[in-house]
Design a protein around this ligand. Structure first.
Ligand code: MCA
Ligand code: AMP
Length: 475
């Protein structure tokens, strides 16, 4: 690859058209050539749109819609297929999307009255190459991600950031067109979409999307390179035949949450592979990774990728030493860091230090050899469950919309499978915990539902009335 300014997706531009089975998702197969043809046809239908929302199920249609948007220079707004009407309205309204790529052509009958355009996998357009390559700094995606309070915020991700990040990862992981990438991750976040789809289209590796991310599906996929969140790896480690079936692979990669040492060691014993762990955020893309060529130790996320700089800061913003023991908030800067949230100048200002470094909100240590460990979050209000980043505030808002609930506090509590599970403490009358969970289920997608709800008489508060979340628990 020549760098961030060349064509973003060489596989679509004709570089690897000799691979007949390039792409498999939901049991359907496509060559790169078929993908290029179907995407060119779809690009003709969406060209000129301001932004294209994509109901991003794990299917070839999602890949075609995404590639079409990238060809036509239309910013893409992928959203979870199980998102609630309330979540969709927020994403569609906030992003300004003026068209939806969906299952069926819907005229103007789509969500919010927007036209719905369906992808036809069998069509071929004039040529993927007839669209001029959009400017490197243009927005490829607007990805929605949770903060500690309020509704999810839009993160514009540029083409240059994607190209730079994927090239750095390809270098760190020796990722080439000889690989077959396997994963079963959602296609509306950086992990499954940018790494898991565009990574294949940039390196030319074949891609198998397993649909559900089960141990059996990973074991049967016959790949060389596997991506997963720790919940997936822990389920594979607990299924020894599935873990052993990964022995012929080249590299197992974990990210989106901390990989427990016990899972790292079980995978190493059963599959013979010490997983690569990497760290990133929607706002920064992937910034740290262990290297395929170097020793991989459990609990570390390696060193900065090419072009990335990191540092640690204390609460007052003062430097924290890189001695492997002192903890500080991780700050990052580099070519993959976004410029700011969509239409949210205050949130943007709060996320950057005075000298322009992005404040990740993650607590880390950095060793004298440059090795990074992620040790937690600065705020208890950001929860990582099943590899999803979830804001406590969004769930508290949904709980308070339940007429029976008068007060609510949501925390993440340690959970062996999910890393953290969402637990809600509510002051409520005349409802059961199950009814409260069902109420949230009607408003938010499945991974944001509390797993446990405790109905309590009152919430612990300090003198000024702020809930003391560290005093919740054990209930
Ligand atoms: C029952 N269920 C509940 C509840 N009760 N779910 C939620 N709350 C309840 N109270 C049901 C679910 O609906 C589901 O039902 C079943 O229990 C199993 O749920 P679960 O174990 O959570 O999910 P899963 O379907 O088995 O999926 C696990 C998963 C998934 C595959 C690990 O969480 C996942 O895809 N995570 C990936 C997230 C991700 O991509 N993050 C990347 C963002 P049913 O079985 O009927 O469906 S981070 C990122 O992009 C950055 C840059 C990075 O670093 O990567
Ligand atoms: P998101 O913006 O949804 O992509 O989530 C980003 C967050 O995921 C980061 O701020 C971290 O808290 C977490 N994360 C990602 N990778 C790792 C990792 N390898 N170890 C620990 N946390 C991680």
């Amino acid at each position: 690859m020549t760098g961030a300014n060349d064509v973003l997706l060489p596989a679509v531009a004709g570089a690897f058209h000799d691979r007949p089975d390039a792409l498999t998702a939901a049991g359907q197969r496509m060559s790169w050539e078929q993908l290029a043809g179907a995407a060119a046809a779809f690009a003709d239908r969406i060209a000129g749109a301001g932004a294209l929302a994509v109901e991003a199920g794990p299917s070839l249609a999602t890949v075609v819609a995404v590639v079409a948007g990238l060809l036509a220079g239309v910013p893409l707004v992928p959203y979870a297929p199980d998102s609630s009407p309330r979540e969709r309205q927020h994403i569609l309204g906030d992003s300004g999307a003026d068209m939806i790529a969906g299952q069926l052509d819907g005229g103007d009958g789509g969500e919010g009255g927007l036209p719905v355009v369906a992808v036809d996998l069998g069509l071929a357009g004039r040529s993927a190459g007839r669209f001029p390559e959009p400017a490197p700094d243009s927005t490829a995606f607007l990805l929605y991600t949770s903060g500690t309070t309020g509704a999810p915020k839009g993160v514009p991700v540029s083409r240059r950031a994607i190209a730079t990040d994927l090239d750095a990862l390809a270098g760190a992981w020796q990722w080439t067109s000889a690989d077959t990438l396997v994963h079963g991750l959602p296609l509306y976040h950086v992990h499954g979409l940018v790494l898991g789809v565009l990574g294949a289209l940039r390196t030319g590796s074949a891609l198998v999307h397993t649909g559900r991310a089960t141990p059996a599906a990973y074991a049967g996929a016959g790949g060389t390179l596997y991506f997963g969140v720790p919940t997936i790896w822990s389920r594979i480690a607990a299924d020894p035949p599935a873990a052993r079936a990964l022995a012929p692979a080249r590299l197992l990669v974990s990210g989106s949450a901390a990989l427990p040492t016990s899972v790292f060691e079980a995978l190493a014993t059963l599959s013979g592979h010490r997983p690569v762990e990497r760290y990133g955020m929607t706002e920064t893309l992937i910034t740290l990774s262990t290297c395929a060529r170097r020793l991989r130790r459990p609990g570390t996320v390696g060193e900065p990728l090419a072009g990335v700089l990191t540092r640690l800061a204390d609460e007052a913003g003062r430097p924290v030493p890189h001695d492997g023991a002192a903890m500080g908030e991780l700050h990052v800067t580099g070519p993959t860091v976004f410029r700011g949230y969509h239409h949210r100048p205050e949130a943007t200002a709060a996320s950057f230090s005075a000298d322009g470094w992005f404040r990740t909100g993650d607590l880390a240590t950095i060793g004298p050899d440059g090795t990074h460990r992620i040790v937690g979050r600065v705020s208890v209000d950001l929860i990582t469950s099943g590899g999803y980043r979830i804001g406590a505030g969004e769930i508290e808002d949904a709980l308070l919309a339940c007429p029976a609930v008068t007060e609510a506090a949501v925390v993440g509590e340690p959970h062996v499978d999910l890393g953290q599970e969402i637990v809600a403490y509510v002051v409520a009358a005349g409802v059961t915990p199950e009814q409260v969970i069902d109420h949230v289920a009607g408003q938010l997608s499945a991974h944001k539902r509390p797993r446990r709800v405790h109905i309590v008489d009152s919430l612990p508060r300090n003198a000024i009335g702020k809930v003391l979340k560290q005093d919740l628990g054990g209930g």
